[in-house]
Write a protein that binds this ligand. Sequence first.
Ligand code: SER
Length: 314
Amino acid sequence: MKKILVTGAFGLVGSDLVPALQKKYGKANVFALGNKTIPKGFDGQLVKGDVRDISSLSKIIKKHHITEVYHLAGLLSVGGEKNPDIAWDVNMNGLRNVLELARDYKLRVFWPSSIAAFGPTTPKKMTPQHTVLEPTTIYGVTKVAGELLCQYYFTRWGVDVRSLRYPGLIGYKAPPGDGTTEYSVHIFYGLLRENKYACFLKADARLPMMYIDDAIRGTLALMAAPAKKITVRTAYNFAAINFTPKELVTEIKKLYPTFVGTYEPNPVKQRIAESWPQSIDDTVARRDWGWKPAFELPKMTEVMIKGLKKKLSI
Ligand code: SER
């Protein structure tokens, strides 16, 4: 039986991935590693530790006979710019610790890369799988270095580590994190609480995005694929939809015509957004392990509003 450890278990991805893993493998077999933000009433196996501390991770892995790690703990783009030293420490040393332990204990690993691995010199439209990787954020630097480290542990030691370049992820279970694409989560809180939202990006800042259910389904599919199908050991391009803040506002207004969306671009966040692609070519993921997204913009908008209303008891 698989025994799974999820680091960063209560972040944007973990908040949806942990319940999905619990459903698939049983609550007794999924261990959620939390550091600071552990939600009240979490129903599952909780373990405490810091991914920067290899001995605490090693103890958890041995004690619970872990076979698979979803290593999600990390700082995002905006958070990373506020604190580059911590971003480097958590994102790089955390990943290296997990890969070291994966080699020693023969663990399969999932680690998220991001569209932040790309930079201003990358082709912006239908960005190919193999292309220029010259990011300008510390977050992006840790993603490129992390991708190469994953590939190195695979080729040098045969560690079965798999990765996806997540686009901006949109979900309602976790509070929005410190990312550039996260305006697309904040906007729904603005809608339901005040019927307005001032976006921190320009109206035309097109970015690749994905509803969280698609991201979770793709992540589980990648991890379930036979190892011989995995031809990319850095990170797969992974795409669903792309839209601008203005297009999202227009979509919301179809359901809430009085909603007011305005634009107050933050220079740091806008610069980050402009350094990233607008759309992604995920042909290789589709070919290798059958990736296919299910959520378009209208469906994502409806589901977000419904889910968040329930969560906020509105
Ligand atoms: N959502 C992330 C961010 O904006 C992208 O990986 O930082």
